[in-house]
Design a protein around this ligand. Sequence first.
Ligand SMILES: Cc1cc2nc3c(=O)[nH]c(=O)nc-3n(C[C@H](O)[C@H](O)[C@H](O)COP(=O)(O)OP(=O)(O)OC[C@H]3O[C@@H](n4cnc5c(N)ncnc54)[C@H](O)[C@@H]3O)c2cc1C
Length: 409
Amino acid sequence: MENPLGCCLLTGNIGRNLKKSNMEHFDYIIAGGGCAGRSLATRLLPFLKARNKRVLVVDKSTKKENDKTWCFWEDRTDIFEPVVQRKWNRLSFSGLSYDKELSIQPYFYKMIRSGDFYQYTNDLLTNSPQVSIKQGEVQNLYSEDKKAIVTIDGVLYSADYVFSSIPQAQEKDSQRYQYLLQHFNGWVIETTADTFDPSCATLMDFNTSQHAGTSFFYVLPLSPRRALIEYTLFSEEVLPTASYTAALEKYIREQINCDHYTILEKEQGVIPMSDHPIKREDGRIIYLGTAGGFTKGSTGYTFRFIQKHTSAIVEKLYRSGHPRVPPISSFRFPIYDGVLLHLLNSKRLSGVEIFTTMFKKNHPVKILKFLDNETSIFEELLIFNTLQKKEFAMALWKRTLKLMKADSL
Ligand SMILES: Cc1cc2nc3c(=O)[nH]c(=O)nc-3n(C[C@H](O)[C@H](O)[C@H](O)COP(=O)(O)OP(=O)(O)OC[C@H]3O[C@@H](n4cnc5c(N)ncnc54)[C@H](O)[C@@H]3O)c2cc1C
């Protein structure tokens, strides 16, 4: 079955015919020990100890490699502050004839290397007698009345609740919804002379061709001679590797003004950007992370939404003993995301036009709050008043028509 996330899928029937006698039971099973699974497991530790509960965390990979760099902004310190590698309270933005250095206080823009996060969470989780960590492939999940069943490498396990960040099977429905990809290649480079200002990160620099879709660079300075430079695009298809390489080389040469550097590390990734609703729960299975729809459709940011969701789950467990939580954001935000995606897809306005207007006409703190789904409706109206109202209204109308048309088929 095709999946908009483009990832592996659980197969459905495996496990239902396996023997259930002697099945090992846990209070909770966390299926997928990546960002969301480990965020939840770590937040659960005091609760597990206080209530003497047991959790199994299973992932098919050993999670030893540094496969991602997570950036996000927050105005407080949270439990993963010890692994924040760098943080900035000044960001630069370069759009259409507009360059600005922005103070984002009280926020800090933070960067975590996934390798540090896996190591840190591993140390905490393996030291807890309540936690078992297993490397194995989850082949199936299903919910029964009072428990959920998980098949791992052909063996059945049960739990009161399963938290899964393993991609769900979901067919594309292009009649109704928009599907874009945020795809990127990044290099950590070291230069031979002082080149970067480590006190200011580049959030978006649109000084690159917009030919292949909304395209921008992202620069995270780690020292005067070291930075992560990432070439990011929003479009329907990923590019051949050579195209990312050529764009990175050109940007470093022409915008960073640097000819002599060494590439220390490379990163690449694809994040789904869609307004296709995703099932958040299925009986005793609670979905987390990207698999649970916590990737913001219009930006791809996920890390902070994972933290908000997993904190809400733990709070709910303390208060009521069950982990079902109401949505962490207002219903308004998926509509805004859908409109923005529709606008980007329709090409009536380019990403550079939209983001330039947004940052030029609004305080950056308000924009960050808005992109975090935390503004009030009044604050949102003030922001909308500064945007290209005609194009946004048209996109809202067209998207609504698209949904209505698809419903009547
Ligand atoms: C390269 C990259 C950079 C990103 N940067 C940012 C960023 O800067 N800021 C931001 O907010 N978001 C970012 N994201 C988006 C998002 O935050 C990450 O994708 C994040 O890892 C999502 O967390 P997750 O737990 O949902 O998925 P994952 O972290 O991918 O965890 C899912 C886990 O499930 C495991 N798994 C899958 N199938 C099975 C199976 N059948 N059996 C057992 N285990 C299985 C996988 O091995 C994986 O460990 C980035 C994404 C990528 C790909």
